[in-house]
Design a protein around this ligand. Structure first.
Ligand code: NAP
Ligand code: MG
Length: 472
């Protein structure tokens, strides 16, 4: 893989102030595929200064012209779709077909959606005797994780640029190559120098310096709840805007009248996609006592189809997880589930057969999971699904709402009205009704400790705006 040995700052690739590098590893075979500079606080400062200098100019660009630049960015990404997919497969380990359809196509769509929104959004409105302007917040510090590496950065950078903000991005250390590719696309699209800047580096060094920088007006973070809490505290102390997109432990509630076969099949696929590394995954499947054993059998059979395989094989459905730490963490949770008394229906903590090299996890199904177990409460972030039994609808709701999280969920019922009535009682930011599909324009974000703020669509744009009222 081609890697830049510099940072993209002020419209050009520049050497880091330090000399440390970060090796990028292919999780399927544990081989080093490239290296990027480990940015320092000095690099972050240079990037923030470039973003600050570019801000007044970019904020003054008419929205229609910002829209044209975003459309060019969308096109630059679309032209490189196959390269994006190959890069994400190489550094994350996602199966190539999934990398094309999700890791490449979703962010291309989202970039396109902000090209349209920048052109159509009402940045000015009349309220009685006032004119209210929506103005860009300023310099944005974006910190992103590795699990949907391009999507998560586009979901911040595209609305920020549409709003008229300028950006400094610190991507995850495990997936910096697709972030470099994105910076090249920004360059191709002809965005003015300093409007977008990239600093690769480690979270506690470059990430922390960015979150704490006094000239950053808004910090947008996606990642673990532990780091998110610290970033929220630092931003709060400095009276900075902050957006946090954190973990989840979402419930897939299958009500008595639902099509059980379909609900279980799609529910299992939802968790095993991207090797279980999805913050919104429906990791807890809730089934009524009458049909519980039937669901367990269906889930066990479904799991057998997810044979761990090399992500470059076109037929592979389940790749490795991103790194050795995550592999050990996920295996630790599987051991914990067994120790807590959950029933292992498929998978287990051992390496899948023939996959001793690479960070592979056997697709794992637990039954008889009860709400107080750690595997029912904590985000595992691997191909592990927990089947839970409920007695009646109120019990199902108590279990569904019984975690600190509230990011996503699903409800299946005999009709939409029944499912909607249940979904309205769930403490969560998104619910898919009877198999409803991902909508790139729908606001995405969490209730409770799943976060603060919303991404995507017009709601995602508003995060990067502040209002000014003029009275006449
Ligand atoms: P993480 O540490 O929260 O990483 C997210 C981003 O924050 C990365 O860019 C990371 O840099 C950076 N970061 C880390 N420490 C920081 C600090 N002190 N200040 C500023 N930035 C910092 O997450 P992780 O370690 O990669 O994953 C751990 C767990 O988090 C997972 O098992 C999963 O449960 C959860 N997670 C959730 C999501 C989600 O979408 N909600 C995404 C990823 C992970 P580095 O890359 O250098 O660490
Ligand atoms: Mg980390």
């Amino acid at each position: 893989m081609k890697a830049h040995d510099g940072m993209y700052i002020d419209g050009a690739w520049r050497p880091s102030a330090g000399s440390d590098t970060i090796e990028v590893v292919n999780p399927a075979d544990e081989q080093v595929i490239g290296a990027v500079p480990a940015g320092t606080a000095e690099d972050v400062d240079a990037a923030v200064r470039a973003a600050r200098a570019a801000f007044p100019g970019w904020a003054a660009v008419p929205p229609a012209e910002r829209a044209a630049r975003l459309a060019a960015l969308r096109d630059a990404l679309a032209t490189r779709r196959e390269e994006i997919a190959e890069t994400v497969t190489a550094e994350l380990g996602a199966p190539l077909a999934f990398s094309r359809a999700v890791h490449a196509d979703v962010p291309i769509t989202v970039a396109g959606s902000y090209a349209e929104l920048a052109g159509s959004y009402a940045f000015e409105e009349k309220v009685g005797t006032s004119t209210v302007f929506q103005e860009p917040v300023g310099v944005v510090g974006a910190i992103t994780p590795w699990n949907y590496p391009l999507h998560q950065l586009v979901a911040k950078v595209a609305p920020a640029l549409a709003a008229g903000c300028t950006v400094v991005l610190k991507p995850a250390e495990d997936t910096p190559l697709v972030a470099q590719l994105f910076a090249e696309a920004v360059h191709t699209a002809g965005l003015p120098a300093g409007v977008f800047n990239l600093v690769t580096g480690l979270g506690p060094v470059a990430g922390q310096a960015l979150a704490a920088h006094e000239d950053v007006d808004l910090v947008s973070f996606t990642g673990s709840t532990a780091v998110g809490k610290r970033i929220g505290a630092v931003a709060g102390a400095a009276v900075k805007r902050v957006a946090l997109e954190l973990g989840g432990k979402s419930a897939n509630v299958i009500l008595p009248g639902a099509d059980l076969t379909k609900a279980v099949k799609i529910g299992v696929a939802n968790v095993f996609a991207n090797s279980g590394q999805t913050c919104s995954a429906w990791t807890r499947m809730l089934i009524d006592a009458d049909r519980y054993e039937e669901a367990v059998a269906l889930a066990g059979a479904a799991a057998k189809k997810y044979v761990p395989g090399d992500p470059h094989d076109e037929g592979a459905r389940l790749g490795p997880v991103v790194n050795a730490t995550q592999r050990d963490r996920v295996r630790g949770y599987i051991e914990r589930g067994v120790a807590e008394g959950a029933r292992l229906v498929a998978g287990g903590p051992q390496a899948p057969e023939g996959r001793e090299t690479g960070y592979y996890i056997a697709p794992t199904v637990f039954a008889d999971v009860t709400p107080e177990m750690a595997i029912a409460q904590e985000e595992i972030f691997g191909p592990v699904i927990c089947l839970m039994r409920y007695q009646d609808e109120d019990d199902a709701l108590r279990i569904a709402n019984g975690t600190v999280y509230g990011l996503a969920g699903a409800v299946w019922a005999e009709d939409d009205a029944t499912a909607v009535a249940f979904a309205r009682r769930m403490e969560t930011g998104q619910v898919d009704i009877n198999g409803g599909r991902f909508n790139p324009l729908a606001p995405f974000g969490g209730y409770k400790q799943s976060g603060v703020g919303r991404e995507l669509g017009a709601h995602g744009l508003v995060e990067y705006l502040q209002t000014k009222s003029l009275q006449f």
